[in-house]
Design a binder for this molecule. Structure first.
Ligand SMILES: Cc1ncc(COP(=O)(O)O)c(C=O)c1O
Length: 377
């Protein structure tokens, strides 16, 4: 199937130039049917639905994510978001000892920054880039939360030296792959990373409420998270008074799962799996190259890396007064976003056409050339 043929599976593409999959991927029409299926199960099966798949969803849906990230079955579970997934990881460790350092990067997403900053007893070491992270990791380092693709610039980070250094000194790496999975290939097994997290709202076109957590299988059995609920128990339906950890990925779960979100999310994953992330990446590399070239030709400064293998799925570009340019684009049905101090973010995905990119850049040229925006950078 041609990639453009997938357009009809996303109704919003008929009315907009949709360039914001780095923020919220479009809804597949199938997600609506899945939500109707959920409502029907609730309505007709009632409490029996728990035993007919609902209870297991965090693990069965997690297995589908596992296929997309190069992880084995039974290693990945679903949570509401990255914050909760990383909080479960943190809860596996004791910050009260000598090893209480968290080495993280400045460019981590705020959820990740805030969560770690808020931990009592943690000594936070903030780094600017890969080199600084590698240099900062030492015997007192407990965790190294980093991003695979940086959200503000779309830069792909070389995480291999970070993971190697962390393992040399007995520290653990938590890789936030939200901005890569579904757009940039990721193989957590080949990387030998300890933990990986992400979610569904962006390149996976899975909607909100479906975050995920991968734990390296050989590590999983040795960890005892303190952020647990009854899904983490070996026999949840015995309602025993004392905690006994479940085996495998279940011990990293909390309470009642977010059933409707998990129904909706797999519609997007199915399409991404059907196409294959390698094919999506090829198209993305071609389109981000085209887009960056068009933007530069138009006289704008492209902030994202120009080297193809360092560039994730989105292009960040500076224009004069980019909040105003963004508002004008939106008024014309060209959907993108901006981040303060960074610039406009344009994220073509597999369904976008080259003509849409040309159309968006022509609109930007015209907006900036008009008097409707000030000269503020
Ligand atoms: C790299 C990255 N991590 C995490 C998040 C979201 O975190 P949470 O799932 O806690 O909302 C985003 C964007 O929303 C992101 O770009």
């Amino acid at each position: 199937m041609e990639l453009s043929e997938y357009r009809e599976r996303f109704p919003i593409l008929a009315d907009t130039t949709y360039l914001i999959s780095h923020s919220l991927g479009p809804m597949p029409a199938e997600a609506e049917s899945r939500l109707a299926e959920y409502a029907n199960a609730w309505n007709t099966r009632g409490a029996r639905a728990w035993g007919e798949g609902w209870w297991d969803l965090p693990v069965t849906v997690g297995d589908q994510i596992a296929r997309l990230i190069g992880a084995p079955p039974g290693s990945t579970v679903m949570h509401q978001n990255v914050t909760i997934a990383e909080a479960v990881v943190l809860s596996c460790f004791d910050l009260g000892g000598e090893r209480n350092r968290i080495v993280y990067e400045e460019e981590n997403f705020p959820s990740v920054r805030y969560l770690h900053q808020a931990q009592r007893g943690a000594e936070i070491v903030v780094c600017r880039d890969e080199e600084e992270i590698v240099a900062a990791i030492d015997e007192r380092t407990l965790l190294v939360p980093i991003s695979h693709v940086i959200f503000k610039s779309g830069r792909i980070q070389d995480v291999v030296p970070i993971i190697e250094r962390a393992h040399e000194v007995g520290a653990h790496v938590v890789l936030d792959a939200y901005q890569s999975v579904g757009s940039v290939p990721l193989d957590v097994s080949a990387l030998n990373v300890d933990f990986a997290v992400g979610g569904s709202v962006k390149w996976l076109c899975g909607g909100p409420g479906a975050g995920w957590l991968y734990v390296r299988p050989d590590l999983a059995e040795t960890l005892e998270p303190t952020l647990v609920g009854w899904q983490a128990h070996a026999r949840p339906f015995d309602f025993e008074p004392e905690l006994e950890y479940a085996a495998g990925p279940w011990r990293f779960l909390t309470g009642t799962p977010n059933v409707p979100a998990l129904y909706a999310a797999t519609a997007g994953y199915d399409i991404v799996e059907e196409i294959g992330v390698e094919r999506i990446r090829e198209s993305s590399m071609r389109q981000t190259e085209l887009l960056a070239g068009l933007l530069e030709e138009a006289g704008f400064e492209v902030v994202s890396p120009r080297e193809p293998d360092r560039r994730g799925g989105s292009i960040v570009v500076r224009t004069p007064d980019f909040p105003a340019v963004h508002a004008e684009l939106e008024a014309q049905g060209i959907i993108c976003d901006f981040r303060p101090d960074a610039g406009l973010r344009l994220g073509p995905h597999f369904f976008n056409t080259n003509e849409e990119l040309e159309y968006a850049v022509a609109a930007m040229r015209e907006i900036v050339g008009s008097t409707s925006v000030s000269g503020r950078a």
